[in-house]
Design a protein around this ligand. Sequence first.
Ligand SMILES: Cc1cc2nc3c(=O)[nH]c(=O)nc-3n(C[C@H](O)[C@H](O)[C@H](O)COP(=O)(O)O)c2cc1C
Length: 403
Amino acid sequence: MSSGQDDRVADVAAGTGRDDDSILGLGPAAPAHETGIVLNVHDVERIAARVLTPGASAYYDGGAWDESTLRDNVAAFERWRFRPRVLVDVADRDLSVEVLGRRWPTPFGTSPLALQRLACPDGELAAARACAARGATFTLSTLASSTIEEVAEVGGPRWFQLYMTPDTDWTMSLVRRAEAAGYEALVMTVDAAPLGRRERDHRVGLRLPEGIRYVNILKRPPGVRPSGVPDDEGPQIYAKEFLKEALTPADLARLVRESRLPVIVKGVLRGDDADAVVEAGAAGVWVSNHGGRQLDRAVAAVDALPDVVAAVRGRVPVLLDSGIRRGMDALTALALGANAVFIGRPLLWGLAWDGERGAGAVLDMLRDEFDLAMAISGNARASAVDPSVVVHADLAHMARRIR
Ligand SMILES: Cc1cc2nc3c(=O)[nH]c(=O)nc-3n(C[C@H](O)[C@H](O)[C@H](O)COP(=O)(O)O)c2cc1C
């Protein structure tokens, strides 16, 4: 990284930025991508698009088919409008929330994201370090490019995301490794078998560079990928043969029975499904459409949230990802009943920008934006944000009646 970039990271970390001119009314600041000022996640996204290889960029940023859910995840947050309270003492703010018995300093954790070494040499280790320094929970993907044990050495709160394979014993060997390495929860992803069709991947034809592999699953389960597919073949192909397609509630129930760790189910978009997974023993429900990478035209995650929250009835925490780009998004999600939210692609963009520091800057930006949004909306405690804080834009004109 150049020293100019160094300064900019320092500016972001210090929250100072360089837009004094506009603050003083001396005229609008030039667009960030022209001046190099990095103010928000959108700026980081643009930088990542410039520095990532075309293959990595396609893999990270692509969504399924027409990518309409990918876009709608972000747009949907904007359709929820705030109803700010005034004359509230917000001088002392508490951003912390509680999830599965642990107090989180902010409502942000990070989503499981495969192959983070495509973004920077240390990949998941850099991201986990950025999280650990801030007490944020890092979720390691089964398809990570760093091992379960390496990431554990970083320290910090961590969860392990589990993809079920066709071989139960082999799947359980991953669970045992996560248990032994101090992961605090399992995140069972249920929306990714089979994989969605991401056309950007097919156009670009990503092949894994030398030294970047799915290191946790190098020893393949029996019956998986018997022959012929070279190791650098694109993620789609390997994952396709690795994932168990016939997932049932019995798989969840068995995992709950056989693991010492709480099991959170990721990829739920319906209240009836949420109720079923809680009945089957899930310790948490993670609302997600996989960042628009699975079923295109699936409902935006934030729009699915109220149905899930109503069905869960407070029995377990409700978590959400897909579309978190601003601190305001976390405020909306909390108002609609989520206990915490998870950062997906912005973490990858931060890593691509500047490794651990870039990832940390993304976490800090979102925290600072959330803090400010809390204050201006008249909310002093994250754990006390209630549904009256938001109204859907379609109903905003009649907010009083629906209070
Ligand atoms: C490049 C990439 C890799 C991903 N890998 C995984 C994975 O291995 N396991 C998983 O459960 N979800 C995976 N996801 C989905 C994320 O956990 C998360 O649901 C999604 O990124 C949220 O959408 P957003 O990033 O647009 O906010 C991946 C997403 C991306 C973009």
